[in-house]
Write a protein that binds this ligand. Sequence first.
Ligand code: SF4
Length: 199
Amino acid sequence: MFNTNNIVQTKNINTKLSFGEIYNEGVSFAGNRIKLAGVVDDSIVDGDGVRFTVFTQGCPHKCPDCHNPQTHDTNGGYWDTIENLFVRIASNPLLDGVTFSGGEPFLQADVLAVLAKQIHSLGLNIITYTGYRFEELYKNASSNNHYMDLINESDFLIDGRFDRNKKSYKFNFVGSSNQRIIDCKKSQFPQLCLRDIYA
Ligand code: SF4
C-alpha cells in the first residue's frame, strides 16, 4: 500500500451537514465502528482523480519492506464510525471517488461494504486495495467474512501483496508489478477484466 506519513486522523469530525440531512433512509449503519490508521481527504495518488482515502488498521500479510508497518497491528490505530466518514466524504464536492487502503481492508469488509454502498449513492466510485489475490478472496468468501459484499461494492480491486523484488515506480497506483487492477464490474470470475496499469 502507499505511504501514510501524511495521514490526518479524523476523530470527532465537525461538519456543517448533519448525518440525517444526507443519510439515505432505510439503510442501516448498525455495527458501524471501523478501526482506522487514518484518512487522507484529497489524495491524487490512490486512484484516478481526487480521492478520499481510508487507511484501515490491521494487516496479516507482513510484506517485506511494507511502507505502512504501523498499520499491521490490529490493536493499533483508532476507532471511528462509518457515519463520520460518510459525512466527511459527502461534504466534499471535489471528490471523484473513495479509496479503501490499509492495512488490509478485507479484515473489515462488512462495514466497508455498507459504507461503499452509501458512497455509491453520492455518485462516487470505489477502489479497494487488498493484499489478498482476488482468487483467494473468492475461494474463501463466506457470509461471515463478507468478502463478496465488499467486492461487489468495489468498482476496482487492486490486489496482491507488495513484492519488493518486483517493486517499480513505472506503474500507476500499484507498488509492485505482480499487483493487478481488476475491474470488478466487468469481471466474471474466473475471467478477470484487468486494467492496463501503464494507463
Ligand atoms: S498488504 Fe503488504 S504492503 Fe499492504 S499494508 Fe499489508 S503488509 Fe503492507
